[in-house]
Design a protein around this ligand. Structure first.
Ligand SMILES: Nc1nc2c(ncn2[C@@H]2O[C@H](COP(=O)(O)OP(=O)(O)O)[C@@H](O)[C@H]2O)c(=O)[nH]1
Ligand SMILES: [Mg+2]
Length: 206
């Protein structure tokens, strides 16, 4: 069962991976030498692959430095370089700066980007650090969303506050914060129903 889900997800990502990887291969074979055109093509491919404007520009900037530092000449050497650069950029990461007691994290994003899964992992990570974590199931859109978060709470061994399907998400967040304060939680993490960050009315609702 779990394997089936994994396969399905892997298949889902395969399209993005293949289209981006395929496009990079095509750009490389079109430009044998490393030219400005190649950098432009690569930046466009990254942006089209949802990497984001700033990150795409940074990857290309770092690629230029890498190419000059390693005296690369042929475009075929570029793919390995991009892999190294991206891996380096993903290392480390900033501290969340959780200084208040309790700290409240509201997780927002488009459907299916991994909000609930990330909350589960964060809960386990903070718990392992000896912190008291409480989760709020403010994605009340589907009953399954509440069950999913509950499963993650059970796995991490942390408390969860939930209402029924269709309940007011703000009320769930409110209750979670109340419970967090009452139970001396260090970190409160609230799940939300997927929404586009540029839909103003939906964001204001939060
Ligand atoms: N490979 C991979 N899959 C993930 C990751 N995070 C979430 N998923 C999968 O993506 C799908 C959607 O995740 P979910 O947490 O429900 O997204 P949500 O709608 O934002 O809450 C699920 O099938 C997860 O198992 C990740 O970091 N890596
Ligand atoms: Mg979710």
């Amino acid at each position: 069962m779990a394997f089936g889900i994994f396969k399905k997800f892997n298949f889902g990502l395969k399209k993005t991976r293949e289209s981006m990887s395929g496009a990079i291969d095509a750009a490389i074979s079109e430009n044998e030498d490393i030219t400005d055109q190649l950098y432009d093509d690569l930046e466009e491919i990254l942006i089209m692959g949802d990497v984001g404007m700033n990150t795409s520009a940074e990857i290309c900037e770092r690629l230029r430095e890498y190419v000059s530092k390693h005296h690369l000449k042929k475009s075929s050497q570029v793919k390995g370089a991009i892999k190294e650069i991206v891996a380096e950029m993903l290392e480390g990461g900033e501290d969340m700066g959780l200084v208040t007691m309790p700290s409240i994290i509201l997780v927002i994003g488009v459907n299916g980007v991994g909000k609930t899964t990330t909350i589960g992992k964060m809960a386990a990570m903070y718990k392992a650090q000896g912190k008291k974590v409480i989760l709020g199931a403010a994605d009340t859109f589907r009953a399954a969303a509440i069950d999913q978060l509950e499963e993650w709470a059970n796995r991490a061994g942390v408390d969860i506050v939930k209402h029924h399907e269709g309940a007011d998400p703000a009320a769930v967040v409110f209750d979670t914060i109340q419970a967090g304060i009452a139970r001396d939680a260090d970190i409160i993490i609230c799940d939300t129903a997927g929404r586009l960050h540029n839909k103003k009315n939906l964001m204001d609702e939060l």
